[in-house]
Design a protein around this ligand. Structure first.
Ligand code: NAD
Length: 488
C-alpha cells in the first residue's frame, strides 16, 4: 500500500489540480508513494497563506515561538522511528544514515533554533553627539540596530537529506518570525510533506509552514518568480542556483545560496601514520557516507608526491572493504544513488576520466545487483587537475587522487575549481595547517578531521554559494537589519 500525498497549504491538505507523480525507491525501483504536482495557482495559494500568517507569527512573543520549535523537536524525536522507513525508502539511505542522521539531526535543528528565537535581536549603538543641521536640531542621538524577520521565505532544497536540509532552513526562519513555503526536491519529498501536520500538532499556527511539490523545475520557478516572496533560501546545484539568483534579482529578493562543492583533502608530507590513517578514513567517507551524495565530501585527495602511492594503496583497501547493497540490510555501507539519471551521470564522468587517461584503481564498473541505482566505490588515480572529473561535482561515490610537489602547487590545485565549499588539511604540524587554511578559497576548512562543529557559519566561497547557514549565523540570514534612531 502506498500513500498518495497532497499539498500542505494553510494548515490542511489540498488536492493538486495537476495530479500526482510517483516517488521511486532507489534500491528497489518500486513506487514509495505519490507526490502532488503543483501548478502555479497552488504555489500562489501557498504564498498567500504564508503572507496572511506572517502578520501574527512575526509579532508572536519569541518565547512562544521557542516553545513551538521545542515541541516540534520533541514530536520529531517521538515519531522518529515511524518516519525512518519512509525516509529510507525515498532516499535510499542506509539504515545507519537514515536512523542517526536524518530524523535526529532535523530534531536537533529545531531544538537549536528554539534557543535561537530568544537570542538578542537588538544591537545597541553608542549615542553620538550630532550637530544641528537644516535637517534637524542637534543633540545626543541614540540608535539601535534591530533584527526583523524578512517576511515570506521560499525554501527550495536538494534531495540528499530532505528533512534535514528543510529543517536547517525552516527552523531558523520560523525562529526569526518569518513564514515559510517549502519546495522539497522532487525525488524524495514525502518526509517533508509529513512535516506539515507534525508542525501543526506542535502548535504552529496554520499558514506559517506550507509545503508544495512537483516533479520538475516549474514549482520552484513559480516560487522564485512570485512577487510576494521576500526571500529564497536555496540548497542545490550551482547551475540551478545561478538561474534562481537571476530570477530572484528581478524582484530583489534576499537569497541564501548553499550550492555545490568539490572538496580537496590535502595530505602534507609531514603527515605521520596516525594522520595518514585519519586522512584515508576522511576521504573514504566519500564512498561510505550516503554514497558520496554530500556537498562537503572530500572528493579530491591531493597528496604530496612522497606519500602518494601509500595513500592510494590505503584508499584502495578502504574502498575494497565496503559492502555495497540493499540499504535496508544492516551490513550495507554503500547504498544506491538517488536515481537512474544520477547513476548514469556519474558513470559518464567515470568513462570520461578513463578516456582522458585516469587510472581506475578500484570500482569503475556497475555493481552486480538485480535492482537499484548503484555505483561502486570508485578511486581514480593519476588524475590531472584540469580533467573534467577533477573540476566538476559528481555527487556520487567517486574519489580522484592527484599528486602535488609542494604547498604552492597544493593550494593552486585546491583553489583551481569554480567551487569553494569545504577543504581539508591533513598534516602533523597544526600551525602549518592553520596557515595553509588561510590560503584556501573555501568557506570551511577541516584540519585533520571531517567532523563538524554545529555553531560554525556554513557556506561557500566562489560558486559554492552566498551567505551562511549554521548557529546564530544561520538565524541572522533570515533577518533584515532595521536601524531605529531617537533623541536622547
Ligand atoms: P538541484 O539543483 O538539481 O535541485 C535542487 C532543488 O532545486 C530541487 O528542489 C529542484 O526541484 C529545484 N529546482 C530545479 N530547477 C529549479 C529552478 N529553475 N527554479 C527553482 N527551483 C529549481 O540539486 P539536487 O540534485 O537536488 O542536489 C544536489 C546538489 O545540491 C549538489 O550540487 C550539492 O552539492 C548541493 N548541495 C549543497 C549543499 C550545501 O549546503 N552547500 C547541501 C546539500 C546539497
Amino acid at each position: 500500500m502506498t500513500t498518495t500525498y497532497q499539498h500542505w497549504i494553510g494548515g490542511s491538505w489540498r488536492a493538486p489540480l495537476a495530479g500526482h507523480y510517483p516517488v521511486i525507491n532507489p534500491a528497489t525501483e518500486e513506487v514509495v508513494g505519490h507526490a502532488p504536482e503543483a501548478s502555479g495557482d497552488e504555489v500562489a495559494e501557498a504564498v498567500a497563506a504564508a503572507r496572511v500568517a506572517y502578520e501574527e507569527w512575526s509579532r508572536t512573543d519569541p518565547r512562544e515561538r521557542a516553545a513551538v520549535l521545542d515541541r516540534i523537536a520533541d514530536l520529531l524525536t517521538e515519531r522518529g522511528k515511524e518516519l525512518v522507513p519512509l525516509l529510507q525508502a525515498e532516499t535510499g539511505a542506509t539504515l545507519r544514515v537514515a536512523s542517526t542522521m536524518q530524523v535526529p539531526t532535523a530534531a536537533d535543528r529545531f531544538r537549536r533554533y528554539a534557543r535561537g528565537a530568544v537570542e538578542p535581536d537588538v544591537i545597541p549603538l553608542a549615542p553620538q553627539p550630532v550637530k544641528a543641521s537644516p535637517l534637524a536640531p542637534g543633540g545626543l542621538i541614540s540608535a539601535a540596530a534591530v533584527r526583523r524577520p524578512v517576511g515570506v521565505v521560499g525554501c527550495i532544497t536538494s534531495y540528499n537529506f530532505p528533512i534535514v536540509n528543510l529543517a536547517g532552513k525552516a527552523a531558523p526562519a520560523l525562529a526569526m518570525g518569518n513564514t515559510v513555503v517549502a519546495k522539497p526536491a522532487p525525488q524524495d519529498p514525502l518526509g517533508c510533506l509529513e512535516l506539515g501536520p507534525l508542525l501543526q500538532e506542535a502548535g504552529l499556527p496554520d499558514g506559517v509552514f506550507n509545503v508544495i511539490t512537483g516533479s520538475g523545475a516549474a514549482a520552484g520557478e513559480a516560487l522564485v518568480g512570485h512577487p510576494d516572496v521576500d526571500m529564497i533560501s536555496f540548497t542545490g546545484s550551482t547551475a540551478v542556483g545561478r538561474r534562481i539568483a537571476q530570477s530572484a534579482g528581478e524582484t530583489m529578493k534576499r537569497t541564501l545560496m548553499e550550492l555545490g562543492g568539490k572538496g580537496a583533502a590535502i595530505v602534507l608530507e609531514d603527515a605521520d601514520e596516525t594522520v595518514i590513517t585519519s586522512a584515508i578514513r576522511a576521504v573514504g567517507t566519500t564512498w561510505s557516507f550516503h554514497s558520496g551524495q554530500i556537498c562537503t565530501a572530500p572528493t579530491r585527495a591531493l597528496v604530496h608526491r612522497s606519500l602518494y602511492e601509500k595513500v592510494v594503496a590505503g584508499l584502495r583497501r578502504y574502498a575494497g572493504a565496503l559492502t555495497v547493497g540493499d540499504p535496508v540490510d544492516n551490513s550495507t555501507i554503500v547504498g544506491p544513488v538517488i536515481s537512474a539519471a544520477q547513476r548514469d551521470r556519474v558513470e559518464t564522468y567515470i568513462a570520461g576520466a578513463r578516456e582522458e587517461g585516469a587510472r581506475v584503481v578500484v570500482g569503475g564498473e556497475r555493481p552486480d545487483v538485480k535492482t537499484g541505482f548503484y555505483v561502486a566505490p570508485t578511486l581514480l588515480a593519476d588524475v590531472a587537475p584540469d580533467m573534467t572529473v577533477a573540476q566538476e561535482e559528481l555527487f556520487g561515490p567517486v574519489v580522484v587522487a592527484i599528486p602535488f610537489e609542494d604547498e604552492d602547487e597544493a593550494v593552486r590545485i585546491a583553489n583551481g575549481t569554480p567551487y569553494g565549499l569545504y577543504d581539508y588539511v591533513f598534516g602533523s604540524d597544526a600551525g602549518r595547517a592553520w596557515a595553509l587554511a588561510a590560503r584556501l578559497r573555501s568557506g570551511n576548512v577541516g584540519i585533520n578531521t571531517v567532523q563538524r562543529h554545529p555553531e560554525t557559519p556554513f557556506g561557500g566561497f566562489k560558486e559554492s554559494g552566498v551567505g551562511r547557514d549554521g548557529g546564530s549565523f544561520g538565524l541572522h540570514a533570515y533577518s533584515e537589519l532595521q536601524s531605529v534612531v531617537w533623541p536622547s
